[in-house]
Design a protein around this ligand. Structure first.
Ligand SMILES: Nc1nc2c(ncn2[C@@H]2O[C@H](COP(=O)(O)OP(=O)(O)OP(=O)(O)O)[C@@H](O)[C@H]2O)c(=O)[nH]1
Ligand SMILES: [Mg+2]
Length: 363
């Protein structure tokens, strides 16, 4: 991999390096080093040094990109969190340019999921947007699914290519894989990736077989439940949200007045209706617990994951008519699918400000 540098940039995150202050981003001891202290720690010790990172800077960096008409943007979204990893500001910036939607992390779901249904869902999501969508790809950067589809676009053009999307959707992982699989260059330099937010800090320009590709910093998805959650140490907290294994849907046949807890982060209450099946697609690290609505207070006292102390629950009612077949989407917590066999009243207890959505069933 070659990066052309005007000033010296860290090859891991793109930040301009400096040798003055170890407590500021971009620190290197000596200018021969390729990566800054923060990237070194992530790469070699799986440790994040916490710095003040201004998310607004990333918006500015993206806003300053001088896109050209013939450029192609890969708009990367996280399959587990398609709605919340979309970003209104970013979509305004890229609406006049050609883009390919890349739904990453497709490995988290069983392979026999119907691609037709998922594709239809994506079309529905974007049906009212002004984006100039050329294609939609389902891929997995970590498991190498669909890399060819991405590279086919790159191979075709003399354009610049940009990988854009919220923080943590896997842009850098994907770029590293493209370099590893398709580059004729033997450099072993890699962009640093991590499960922490804001890993990439600036544009990183890469020459991939004479095609110019840019990795970009991602804006944080503030709606992810992760931001409302508290655990003893930050590192522990992350473990609940990382995907080491794929999703295992959990079925519950619930009677009215039963509730499912996602630890102490979200409560799903089935208020009324005939006994009904509900399928919860959630990261295995988050434990679900079923109880009667009457026991809610007892349960809330004994949970590992809780809301941050200043957060409180707000209730939202969802009424489904008999025959409805929907998925409720919770950012960072996956989906609940319901086929209503009678009229159902459901209540979600969510942290204040946290948004959910309901869509026609797509899995
Ligand atoms: N399960 C799964 N995890 C993935 C995939 N791609 C990336 N990840 C994980 O997602 C996390 C974020 O990956 P990055 O490549 O650093 O994400 P990014 O979009 O570059 O993030 P920023 O640099 O913060 O904008 C890491 O823990 C990756 O291992 C994928 O296809 N499947
Ligand atoms: Mg990155």
């Amino acid at each position: 991999m070659k990066t052309k540098k005007q000033t010296k940039q860290c090859t891991g995150c793109g930040i301009e390096v400096q040798d003055k202050n170890p407590t500021e981003l971009g620190y290197i001891k000596d200018f021969e080093q390729e990566v800054c202290l923060r990237c070194y720690e992530i790469k070699h010790h799986n440790n994040i040094i916490s710095y003040e990172i201004d998310n607004k800077k990333f918006a500015k960096i993206l806003g300053n990109i001088d896109f050209q008409k013939e450029d192609i943007i890969f708009y990367v979204l996280d399959f587990y969190d398609i709605n919340s990893t979309r970003n209104e500001y970013v979509e305004k910036l890229i609406k006049d340019y050609y883009l390919v939607i890349v739904i990453n992390k497709f490995d988290i779901i069983n392979k026999n999921v119907s691609l037709n249904r998922v594709s239809k869902h994506i079309k529905n999501i974007f049906k009212n947007s002004e984006l100039k969508i050329l294609d939609c790809l389902f891929i997995s950067g970590t498991k190498n699914y669909g890399l060819d589809y991405v590279y086919n676009w790159i191979e075709k053009g003399l354009n610049n290519f940009y990988f854009i999307g919220s923080s943590n959707v896997g842009k850098s992982t994907l770029l590293n894989k493209l370099i590893k699989h398709y580059s004729n260059d033997n450099s072993d330099s890699e962009i640093v990736i991590s499960p922490y937010e804001s890993t990439t800090l600036n544009l990183i320009k890469i020459n991939l077989n004479n095609n110019i590709i840019y990795d970009t910093p991602g804006i944080i998805n503030e709606n992810n439940i992760f931001h409302f959650a508290k655990n003893v140490k930050q590192i522990d907290l992350l473990k609940y949200f990382e995907f080491k294994k794929n999703l295992k849907p959990i079925n519950y046949s619930l009677s009215s007045n039963q509730a499912i807890f996602y630890e102490k982060l979200v409560i799903f209450k089935f208020l009324s209706g005939k006994t009904n099946n509900f399928t919860f697609y959630v990261n295995r690290n988050i434990k679900l617990h079923r109880t009667n609505i009457r026991n809610i207070d007892n349960y809330l006292n004994n949970s590992n994951l809780t809301l941050k102390s200043n957060e409180k629950f707000v209730s939202h009612n969802i009424n489904l008519i008999s025959g409805a077949n929907v998925m409720i989407e919770l950012s960072g917590l996956g989906w609940i699918s319901v086929q209503a066999n009678s009229n159902l009243k459901i209540q979600l207890m969510l942290p204040e400000g946290y948004k959910y959505s309901v869509a026609e069933r797509w899995i």
